[in-house]
Write a protein that binds this ligand. Structure first.
Ligand code: TDO
Length: 176
């Protein structure tokens, strides 16, 4: 695996480092020791799959309220997304800034998103599957959200959403 930093300290692109031969390839997706050695300690507690039927489906921007803030490793096993994290840590030098990466089944990239970030994505293709590994057990009632098009963040999305939940479309402006 290769760990590539982004503009936000706490958001890291994780790239595959496959061994290839005539049969195809083999690549590690997660290893607690490698993550820790690279300075990104992360041990998943749950793994979940998000299946998205249509292109331009937007989910997010979600986070879990403290003290249940989550670290998540997000990757695509079918299709493609534009994946976004927003820094919601008031004490951070990149507070309210965002970073994004295209994740696809083909490029094999994952995004490691630290605690204190809101996370969301838009699908770039129909029938897109997003695999999450999260370091906390899910417990209903702790989820929070901010709006994908809140001017406070100014996220530049590659497309406008055509499918979005009522909940995600109507979060109030951040801090309102
Ligand atoms: C997030 C989550 C939901 N659920 C349940 C709750 C609900 O009944 C159903 C669907 O939940 P939601 O509508 O919240 O799913 P969704 O809108 O896809 O939520 C996800 O969005 C992306 C952007 C993230 O970053 C994820 O962490 C998660 O918040 O699945 C779990 O069992 N475990 C989980 O980890």
């Amino acid at each position: 695996m290769r760990f590539v930093g982004t503009a936000i300290d706490g958001v890291t692109v994780v790239e595959l480092d496959p061994s290839t031969d005539e049969r195809g390839s083999f690549a590690r997706l997660h290893c607690p020791d490698e993550f820790a050695a690279a300075g990104h300690p992360f041990v998943p507690a749950q793994t979940s799959l998000s299946r998205n039927t249509a292109a331009r489906t937007l989910r997010g921007m979600h986070y879990e309220a403290s003290p249940r803030a989550e670290v998540k490793l997000v990757r695509v096993t079918r299709g493609a997304i534009f994946d976004v994290a927003v820094d919601l840590r008031p004490s951070s030098p990149t507070y309210l800034q965002w970073t994004g990466a295209e994740l696809s089944a083909e490029n094999g990239r994952a995004l490691l998103i630290g605690a204190g970030m809101a996370h969301g994505f838009i699908t770039l293709e129909p029938d897109t599957d997003v695999l999450y590994q999260i370091d906390q057990m899910f417990e209903a009632g702790h989820g929070r959200g901010v709006r994908w098009n809140d001017p406070a963040f100014g996220i530049v999305w590659p497309a406008q959403p055509t499918v979005i939940s009522e909940r995600d479309a109507t979060y109030p402006d951040h801090g309102a």
